[in-house]
Design a protein around this ligand. Structure first.
Ligand code: X8Z
Ligand code: ZN
Length: 601
């Protein structure tokens, strides 16, 4: 009401002075633009901390009330951010200083799901987001007379070698997503409405605009990168399919065509290291299993995290604050519902960093601990930047920091240094080691790419709710070469069974990270003067490397990412040749192993 009156008053004033005066109304100045973004940062800082605390409480204690509180905080925060993004348009065409110009640009890209400006839109969107994330996180299903959570189901997917059981558990978990479908469709519409008000074609275009290039150019860039790694993926697929067919027989897994998604040791067939025992090379055995070493040395979840911290300390990073240990959630609590999908948090943009994960003592979570801590060290490195620059150079960097650390932390040399492994195996074990790594790192690439290909299609309207599942499986088969273990029910919403879809977290970041981490590794090992093969290089204890790495990290998103990448690597492009360098002996070996196979699907 008040703003209507003001509009009317302003119109009267304009009429009184006449149109000539309107034309001469002073354009906003560069100084005003600078003041505007600085004020925006102050307002956002306050709303963000409120939002982060509410989100933390909801994720650690999912109830009706915490969902209500989180949704309320999200709505306020996103209303503010969209209003500021729209106000920023006032300075279009104003010749501001470079810092202000970048901040104005980042303000527009600030939200992953921007609400429309009409009354009620922000509330509805925020409620849907909290509801979808909570539905996923509390998802359970019946199997063998028991109620299973996702962690129970993941354990079975990793360890069971019974195709009937794998199929049942796979289908059980996927059934939890069916009720999320309608909310997802509504969410996509609402988010698109907001994205269009900000001048983007749709939410997918908004997400693709976050890489310092045009959204179409970014899509082309991901295709270029995929082409660089696709032949290697196809070799791995071919080799794994043959071993699965030998293990289970052709009636379960044919030696040609796509692979059954439930046979790969992981609920989403995204990383396959859990079936190393099934696909291990004949004749060359691996002398250790990290899963078994951790168990034998009686690691517990806290010790896993302490070990991760020790790795970063060895590179010169300051220890984690005491509050990290007091406030993090490290194991699944028995008496309440939580979001178990691992995450790293920065509550106040100062020192209050935390992780939240339902840590299990195994090789997979050993990696995840390093991954999550990487987020925290990055957050701490850029905390002195102004708010709008407190972020990753691009979101792929955020995901790559900890994975880069984990590449070193996975080497036998390092495992021996910290007393987990007795003897470092010789070169004869390079292929088993690289195969294990490829089952995670190469198997992941098509999945990392297709999750957002699907969402880009959803947001653009190319895939409609009636076709959500068909569209999903079309991409899963095209890129990953996999199929579901049986026909899918008409109401299935299989993308919703992957955290980041109901959690609305963009996923291309991981595709990029699975390339950047090898660029970081190649550069780091060169800096350390390493002469051997890249996969044997560990930068544990290399303070000079850590210092240079930190110089890249502390820049946050203050400049275009290629410049930031160059600070550590000297390279200005995302380049999968680093992946090929790391895995070179394995690709050659796979080609030999695949002789006589009809590869592809
Ligand atoms: O979601 C994650 C992290 C949290 S940012 C645990 N990752 C992706 C996934 O689990 O799907 C890490 C690898 C890919
Ligand atoms: Zn992450």
């Amino acid at each position: 009401m008040k703003s209507k009156l003001m509009t009317a008053a302003a119109a009267v004033a304009l009429l009184a002075v006449g149109p000539a005066a309107v034309a001469q109304a002073p354009a906003p100045t560069a100084t005003e633009a600078k003041t505007f973004v600085e004020n925006a940062e102050t307002q956002l800082a306050k709303a963000n901390e409120f939002g982060a605390r509410a989100a933390w409480v909801r994720a650690n204690f999912i109830t009706e009330d915490t969902q209500w509180l989180e949704a309320m905080a999200t709505a306020q925060q996103s209303e503010l951010a969209t209003r500021l993004a729209k106000d920023a348009a006032r300075f279009n065409g104003v010749a501001t200083d470079a810092v202000t110009a970048r901040k104005l640009k980042l303000l527009k890209l600030y939200l992953v799901a921007p609400p429309a400006g009409r009354p009620g839109a922000a509330d509805e969107l925020a409620n849907l987001l909290t509801k979808m994330d909570s539905a996923y996180s509390t998802g359970k299903f019946q199997h063998g007379g028991k109620t299973l959570t996702l962690d129970d189901a993941e354990e079975i997917m990793a360890k069971s070698r019974d195709p009937a059981e794998l199929k049942a558990v796979w289908e059980g978990w996927h059934s939890i997503a069916t009720p999320i479908k309608a909310d997802y469709a509504r969410f996509a519409g609402l988010s698109n409405e907001g994205a269009r008000e900000l001048g983007f074609k749709d939410t997918g275009a908004l997400w693709r605009s976050n890489y310092d290039m045009e959204p179409d150019a970014f899509a082309a860039e991901t295709d270029r990168l995929w082409k660089q790694v696709e032949p290697f993926y196809r070799n791995l697929h071919c080799y794994v399919r043959a071993r699965l067919s030998e293990k289970y027989g052709a009636s379960v897994q044919a030696r040609t065509g796509p692979i059954r998604a439930d046979l790969l040791g992981n609920m989403w067939a995204q990383q396959w290291a859990n079936i190393y025992d099934v696909v291990q090379p004949k004749g060359v055995t691996s002398s250790y299993s990290l899963d078994k070493l951790l168990e034998a040395k009686a690691y517990d979840p806290v010790k896993m995290v302490k070990t991760g911290e020790n790795f970063y300390s060895s590179m010169g990073f300051a220890p984690l604050p005491e509050t990290f240990w007091q406030r993090s959630l490290i194991t699944r609590p028995r008496d309440r519902e939580v979001v178990c999908h691992a995450s790293a948090w920065d509550i106040d943009d100062k020192d209050d960093v935390r992780i939240k994960m339902c840590t299990r003592v195994n090789a997979e979570d050993f990696q995840t601990v390093h991954h999550e801590l990487g987020h925290n060290y990055y957050q701490r490195a850029y905390k002195e930047q102004p708010l709008l620059f407190r972020g990753a150079a691009n979101d792929g960097f955020h995901e790559a920091i900890g994975d880069f650390a984990a590449l070193s932390a996975s080497t036998p040399t390092y495992l021996q240094q910290i007393g987990l492994l007795e003897t470092v195996p010789g070169e004869a074990e390079d292929i088993p080691f690289l195969l294990k790594m490829a089952l995670d790192k190469i198997a992941f690439l098509p999945f990392g790419l297709l999750v957002d290909k699907w969402r880009w299609q959803v947001f653009s309207g190319e895939v409609t709710p009636e076709n959500y599942n068909q569209g999903w499986w079309k991409l899963r088969t095209q890129y990953q070469g996999i199929v579901p273990p049986g026909p899918r029910p008409a109401d299935a919403f299989d993308p919703g069974a992957k955290y980041h879809v109901p959690g609305n977290t963009p996923y291309t970041r991981y595709f990029l990270a699975f390339i950047y981490q090898f660029q970081f590794q190649r550069a780091a090992c060169q800096q350390a003067g390493w002469k051997g093969p890249l996969h044997r290089c560990s930068v544990y204890g290399q303070k000079a490397v850590g210092e240079k790495f930190n110089r890249m990290m502390e820049l946050g998103q203050s400049q275009e990412w290629p410049k930031t990448l160059a600070v550590f690597t000297g390279e200005t492009r995302t380049d999968a040749s680093a992946v090929a360098d790391y895995f070179k002996p394995l690709n050659t070996w796979l080609i030999t192993q695949n002789k006589g196979e009809k590869c592809g699907w």
